[in-house]
Design a protein around this ligand. Structure first.
Ligand SMILES: Cc1cc2nc3c(=O)[nH]c(=O)nc-3n(C[C@H](O)[C@H](O)[C@H](O)COP(=O)(O)O)c2cc1C
Length: 238
């Protein structure tokens, strides 16, 4: 074989390996190593009674919650608002994403009697399949609150949604600027959660004051899933 042919073969091989690597890096978490159970979520509502202007005008951070569970329908609606699919053909979502890469992964901590019909524990949202992956059992609210310096809202909320970001997905295309993009996207997702909570007459607050390392440890997140926001949700007290 001529030298040129060998060089061409090498270039093709390296390009193929690179493409496979990028493909694997950009895959959302479909299957956690130890998924106990998969829960199919109800389809989201795409119409409602509160106008977007009313939701924006009413939105407030709520930190005190009743001991009242959410329904699975309410949880599914919140997760859809945070990261769900709105265009099935092209897999586009409720939040904008630089290059439609979607670096955010959403996790959920559910307390004892936090959601009707669900065991307390740690879950992952699979937006493409509109499913919950049940990863680990146990009420982790106290430990999660400790990662946020004891913030009461996390202790009290029946559910806390954790927005994490996988920087490498966006950085593979945009380099260092990708870090900024991932943070912007977490903001879009957090605002959608606020507005969806208003529309469901639920309360929420975005929490940024926590130790990344402690959240990683308590939830045993994959190393490259960086926690960006903790978002407790529940029925407002009073
Ligand atoms: C980046 C960011 C981090 C925040 N971190 C916390 C937090 O750790 N704990 C908390 O209770 N509220 C937190 N908040 C909510 C703000 O305190 C709240 O938005 C602000 O007091 C204004 O009130 P409002 O949301 O009701 O308009 C955070 C908000 C943002 C945008």
């Amino acid at each position: 074989m001529s030298k040129i042919m060998k060089v061409i073969q090498l270039v093709v091989l390296i390009s193929l390996l690179g493409a496979v690597f990028l493909f694997i890096q950009n895959q959302p978490v479909e299957n956690f190593n130890s998924v106990e159970q998969v829960i199919v979520l109800p389809d989201p509502e795409t119409t409602g009674n509160l106008s977007v202007e009313e939701a924006i005008n009413k939105r407030r951070s709520i930190r005190n919650f009743q001991e009242k569970p959410l329904t699975l329908k309410e949880l599914a609606q919140l997760l859809w608002a945070a990261q769900g699919i709105t265009d099935k053909k092209n897999d586009l979502r409720t939040v904008p994403s630089a290059g439609a890469i979607y670096p955010l992964e959403i996790y959920i901590v559910i307390g004892e009697d936090g959601v009707n019909g669900l065991t307390s524990g740690f879950y992952h949202f699979n937006p493409i399949r509109n499913e919950l992956d049940y990863i680990r059992k146990g009420d982790m609210r106290l430990n999660l609150s400790n990662t946020a310096y004891g913030q009461e809202s996390i202790k009290k909320a029946p559910v806390t949604i954790i927005i994490t970001g996988v920087y490498s997905r966006t950085q593979n295309r945009y380099g260092d600027r990708g870090i900024q993009y991932v943070h912007m996207e977490a903001g879009h997702s957090g605002q959608n959660l606020y507005l969806q909570a208003e529309a469901l007459e639920l309360g929420t607050v975005v929490i940024g004051s926590f130790s990344n390392e402690d959240v990683q440890t308590v939830l045993k997140l994959p190393n490259d899933h960086t926690p960006l926001y903790l978002v407790p949700v529940g029925h407002p007290a009073n």
